[in-house]
Design a protein around this ligand. Structure first.
Ligand SMILES: [Fe+2]
Ligand SMILES: [Fe+2]
Length: 284
């Protein structure tokens, strides 16, 4: 693990522990005898997360025909692990959405990019037989979180000059992070996911989104986030601070085994769910 990236994560107080609700939910999900109502009750103790989960499952992202009015019903319909992943996604976005902002940081733009990648990842996963769409949604939402943490240190790191230089030269920021800063936003995500002890599939999918072929165990999931990120960029939804569309590794698309004619379907799903999700997370 990159030591500088780890030090950075250790300096952000709010990253010290995951929200209590996620820790509790994770504990219950790992208990094979836990009833759905107990999981639902644990989530219902947190009003912000409950409201986000209910809005998510009732949004165009799921398109369920009937209104789901309790978290317990949501757990029964979408599953235990899947609900846990949505709790994680909601907790992290809630933790960061009022974070440090300045003239260089467009926090909403950052999250909009992440939301678009999350929807794309879930939509892509829907076309891959053994993948888990909710895990991919959460990994998509968190894939650039390392960048967000780096942005908290613009007074100590030469990040803003790097972003400006990349913009002028029309090159990608992520490819120059290591040279200029000594670590990348993937290194920071790696340190954070380790600190939070998150499931390996989430960790690998997010940490290897720019180099999916390097993922040791979850290559397919890393490829999914790699492509979802490119789709979010190509559709110009939000702003990750990288202004150009990253090139999709050809073998990534091939390894997912999704027929090319499904791409317009995925894009339609992204465009139809995106406004709903932005409203849910930002009450726009
Ligand atoms: Fe990235
Ligand atoms: Fe991204």
């Amino acid at each position: 693990m990159n030591t500088a990236a780890r030090n950075l994560v250790d300096q952000v107080k709010k990253l010290g522990t995951l929200p209590t609700v996620y820790t509790k939910v994770n504990e219950l999900v790992n208990d094979p005898n836990c009833p759905a109502s107990k999981l639902g009750d644990a989530i219902s103790n947190d009003q912000v997360i409950t409201s986000m989960i209910l809005k998510l499952v009732n949004s165009a992202l799921y398109g369920f025909p009937n209104y789901i009015d309790t978290v317990t019903k949501a757990v029964t319909i979408i599953g235990f692990k899947q609900t846990r992943d949505l709790v994680l996604a909601s907790s992290v976005i809630d933790m960061f959405k009022n974070g440090k902002a300045n003239e260089f940081i467009d926090l909403q733009g950052f999250w909009k990019h992440s939301i678009a990648a999350a929807i794309s990842a879930k939509a892509l996963a829907g076309h891959i037989s053994k993948s888990d769409p909710e895990a991919m949604f959460t990994a998509g939402l968190l894939h650039d979180i390392g960048r967000l943490i780096m942005l908290e240190f613009t007074d100590k790191l030469p990040l803003i000059p790097l972003i400006q230089k990349c913009k002028e030269r029309e090159i990608l920021v992520y490819k120059n992070e290591r040279k200029v800063l000594g670590f990348t936003h993937m290194d920071v995500a790696d340190a954070l996911f380790y600190k939070w002890n998150l499931p390996p599939v989430l960790k690998e999918a997010a940490v290897f989104h720019h180099a999916p072929q390097m993922a040791p165990r979850f290559k397919e999931e890393a490829c999914c986030i790699h492509i979802a990120d490119a789709i979010a960029h190509a559709l110009q939804l939000g702003n990750s601070t990288d202004l150009f569309v990253p090139v999709i590794h050809e073998e990534s698309w091939e390894s997912l085994g999704i027929p090319l004619d499904k791409l317009p379907v995925v894009i339609r799903q992204v465009n139809s769910s995106y406004p709903d999700l932005v409203k849910i997370f930002f009450k726009e």
